[in-house]
Design a protein. Structure first.
Lengths: 61, 263
């Protein structure tokens, strides 16, 4: 699951995760982040580098 | 001391503070980050959690959700409450969360008993539930400041820099500084470099290094600061800065009183 807030500055970033994940399928991630108001690079790397593994984990429940 | 507003939005502010010391600017910054109390979920009881996340992970995620309160002053910190910290409606807000999968559990699913309390963001994902998975939680939020734990941090990105001044002397108009400036502060005008939106200058001094003629000087104004403050969403930034300054004033008054008692 995407962390609720940015590790470095504490800004909430998780509320845009689902929209981000959908939009990067057809748009460049940098532009999507600009649109979503995620400006600082500490916050940008949170979304850029996140890999969702909950669905993989579920198989081993 | 003088304050000039540069930019104000719901969640961020930039202002110029002049005639102050760096210690004061930093004091204000730190007060915004760690001294302004707010509500955050503090204790939970898990009745059911068959999701893929551990109980502790769910607890942390729920705690980090900023909460908006209609009237924050109605609540007191448990340590200062009339109940003596035992827990009462004056220092606690109860909530319930009960969801069955499949589907995403969002911050908006938190049901607070007090209608004046709600999550600052509706769409913070808490956990995704698979078919038949369940999450049933009860708990309460308390009021504390950021120095206790980052979940109570009201101000997130808070910083300041000295107000820069840029002096341009014997310029040949080569345009190298314009090219190198990462903040696009400099422009060429009538064959000379000129500083435009000086507030954007980060004092990185790349332009000085680049100028072969040594014509450019970037000097910080030592008693003027550009402060930028952002909130976590728990309160409007105006309120945050007002509460932070109020806190500083109150602590200064306490110090004053204590010193008077001593002498
Ligand atoms: S100090 Fe840096 S930001 Fe400021 S004008 Fe020079 S290059 Fe631009
Ligand atoms: S690099 Fe120096 S000489 Fe060239 S435009 Fe800038 S200030 Fe003028
Ligand atoms: Zn950040
Ligand atoms: Zn109480």
């Amino acid at each position: 699951m995407i962390p609720v807030r940015c590790f470095s500055c504490g800004k909430v970033i998780s509320h845009v995760w689902e929209e981000y994940r959908e939009r990067i399928k057809s748009e460049p991630p940098g532009k999507v982040l600009d649109d979503l108001g995620i400006e600082s690079y500490c916050c940008r790397r949170m979304l850029l580098s996140h890999v969702e593994i909950v669905d993989t984990l579920r198989r081993y429940q | 001391m003088k304050v000039e507003l540069i930019q104000l939005e719901e969640d961020r502010i930039r202002f110029l503070l002049s005639g102050a010391t760096a210690a004061f600017a930093n004091g204000l910054r730190r007060a915004c980050m760690s001294e302004v109390p707010t509500l955050a979920i503090d204790e939970i009881s898990l009745y059911d959690n068959t999701s893929v996340l551990f109980d502790e992970q769910i607890g942390l995620r729920i705690g980090m959700i900023p909460l908006q309160v209609e009237d924050l002053d109605l609540f007191s910190e448990p340590e200062e409450c009339q109940c003596g910290g035992e827990g009462c409606p004056g220092c606690r807000v109860d909530f319930m969360l009960s969801v069955e999968g499949p589907g995403m559990v969002y911050s908006r699913d938190l049901q607070f008993t007090d209608p004046g309390v709600k999550p600052a963001f509706d769409k913070i994902p808490i956990v995704i539930l698979g078919e038949g998975e369940k999450l049933v939680i009860e708990g309460y939020a308390t009021k504390h400041a950021g120095r206790e734990h980052s979940k109570w941090q009201s101000g997130t990105l808070c910083g300041y820099k000295n107000l820069p001044t840029i002096e341009i002397g014997d310029c040949s108009g080569c345009g190298k500084c314009v090219e190198v400036c990462p903040r696009k502060v400099l422009v060429l005008e009538d064959g000379r470099a000129k500083a435009t939106n000086i507030l954007e200058c980060s004092l990185c001094k790349l332009c000085i290094e680049e100028c072969d003629a040594g014509a450019i000087k970037v000097v910080p104004v030592l008693d003027s600061f550009v402060l930028s403050i952002e909130t976590s969403g728990c309160m409007p930034v105006k309120e945050l800065v007002a509460r932070a300054s109020d806190g500083i004033r109150k602590r200064a008054e306490t110090l004053d009183r204590k010193l008077a008692e001593l002498s």
